[in-house]
Design a protein around this ligand. Structure first.
Ligand code: NAD
Length: 456
């Protein structure tokens, strides 16, 4: 078994200073959290739907009241621009408000059958374990916590050890809103101890995991031993496809945020830009210009658009993608302290290059020329991933054709924006199983029951 330190230092990536030191949980704390969630489940799942809705609305309201404090904490802990952190907190407020509408709308069907009728019910599952990554800590936690609680489950959340501060605040907010103790529990500890225990625990009914494809595979295998329900939101290698007939200025202006946003540490990062050959020179010129204008620096400055990477190790890992690569444009970044990395545009030698095939999770983008629509689709789909992507063209029929042909769960046309509270989000292929957000998410936090009533 892994050796557990007693405390974990929380580091600010922009300054490398320790901003907090918190206790590190192990097996015993994990088991205690699951026991608390199990004990709280019968009462919570029986709370009248209207009352549960009111409590979730109160959570949303309290997050709004403490929004600036949460955004500041997130910006410092992740190193993300404060303006992005404010936007994410806004989404968290909306997520709790949206799923506050769910408890009173969880309904089944009535199905007439010979000799009687069938009723279906959406039943809560029990204790749900949520395991989240470090890149959008509060937002991703809320995408799972809100529908799980709305459906009447109790929850144990294990945030990433690098960025647990806002999840810890969320636990207090949920209590302050009046949700009973034990309904929502947060355990901060290592993935190979706390995470593994949650996945194998006999009293956990479902695991919702957001993180790397590698860890997702392990969780999927372990969870199958007890047939736990599993939702997986994993990695990506998304394509931004730019046709020559697109509004190139608009596409190039949007491109930096689609791949350098959150310092490229975004599962939806469009790290492959496929450009129709006749437009490559003009697009690269425009993209390079907008990259130079992308403001990299102090995350707490409201005008900043990109901060540092999360750790020194990640900075070195990301830098390794530039070894031997043809860099055609490079942005700037502060010298340090802080885990800074200047954004880069590269021209790969072939579609088999590591920079094209692997998720980089840093601000590096490849330009890949194509000659026709079929080739663009073929290159876009030539990946194990299928999370996200964009199509840029002024030809409406082509936009729809290509969007339908791309093997990915969350696409946009003439925009890089496709993640919204009220629409489904998730991946094809090795980018995941199940969907987050939108009305469908509730299906993943409930079991479908069918009851036959004989009438003759
Ligand atoms: P990660 O897989 O290393 O860790 C994610 C979480 O899993 C952390 O809380 C970690 O402690 C825990 N964990 C690690 N090993 C575990 C184990 N053996 N059993 C159980 N839990 C374990 O990912 P990360 O580095 O935190 O985040 C980056 C990855 O997350 C990227 O691949 C990114 O694409 C992905 N991601 C996906 C989405 C999405 O919605 N599809 C969103 C954000 C991030």
């Amino acid at each position: 078994m892994a050796v557990i330190e007693e405390y974990v230092d929380i580091v600010e990536p922009a300054t490398e200073s320790v901003i907090s030191t918190i206790p590190r949980a192990g097996m015993a704390e994990t088991d205690a959290a699951v026991a608390a969630a199990k004990a709280a489940y019968p009462a919570w799942s029986s709370v009248a739907p209207g009352e549960r809705a009111g409590l979730l609305r109160r959570v949303s309201g309290l997050i709004e009241e403490r929004g600036e404090e949460l955004a500041l904490l997130e910006a410092r802990n992740v190193g993300k621009p404060i303006s992005d952190a404010r936007g994410e907190v806004g989404m968290v407020i909306d997520t709790f408000a949206y799923y506050a509408g769910a408890p009173e709308r969880l309904m089944g069907q009535t199905i007439p059958v010979p000799g009687g009728m069938n009723f279906t019910f959406r039943e809560s599952m029990g204790v749900v374990a949520l395991i989240t990554p470090w890149n959008f800590p509060l937002a991703i936690a809320s995408w799972a916590v809100a529908p799980a609680l709305a459906a009447g489950n109790t929850v144990v959340l294990k945030p990433a050890e690098l960025t647990p501060l806002t999840a810890m605040q969320l636990q207090q907010i949920v209590l302050d809103a009046g949700v009973p103790e034990g309904v929502f529990n947060v355990v901060v500890g290592p993935g190979n101890v706390v995470g593994e225990r949650l996945v194998e625990h006999p009293d956990v009914s479902k695991v919702s995991f957001t993180g790397s494809t590698e860890v997702g595979k392990r969780i999927s295998a372990r969870a199958s031993e007890t047939f736990k329900r599993v939702t997986l939101e994993l990695g990506g290698k998304s394509a931004n496809i730019v046709f020559a007939d697109a509004d190139l200025e608009k596409a190039a202006e949007a491109a930096p945020s689609s791949v350098f946003g959150n310092s490229g540490q975004d599962c939806c990062a469009r790290s492959r830009v496929l450009v129709e050959r006749s437009a490559v020179d003009r697009f690269v010129e425009l993209f390079s210009q907008s990259m130079q204008e992308f403001r990299v620096g102090d995350p707490l400055d409201s005008s900043t658009q990109m901060g540092p990477l999360i750790t020194a190790r990640d900075r070195d890992r990301v830098a390794s993608f530039l070894e031997g690569a043809t860099v055609i444009a490079r942005g700037t970044a502060p010298d340090g302290p802080g885990f800074w990395f200047a954004p880069a545009i590269v021209l790969p030698g072939s579609n088999n290059d590591r920079v094209v095939r692997e998720e980089i999770f840093g601000p590096i983008v490849s330009i890949i020329p194509f000659d026709n629509e079929d080739e663009a689709v073929m290159i876009a789909n030539d990946t194990i991933y299928g999370l996200s992507g964009s199509v840029w063209t002024e030809n409406g029929s082509r936009a729809l054709r290509v969007a339908r042909a791309i093997e990915a769960g969350t696409l946009s046309v003439n925009s890089n924006w496709s993640v919204r509270v009220n629409t489904p989000y998730g991946g094809f292929k090795q980018s995941g199983i199940g969907r987050t957000l939108g009305p469908n998410a509730l299906n993943y936090y409930t079991e479908l029951k069918n009851v036959y009533v004989a009438t003759n």
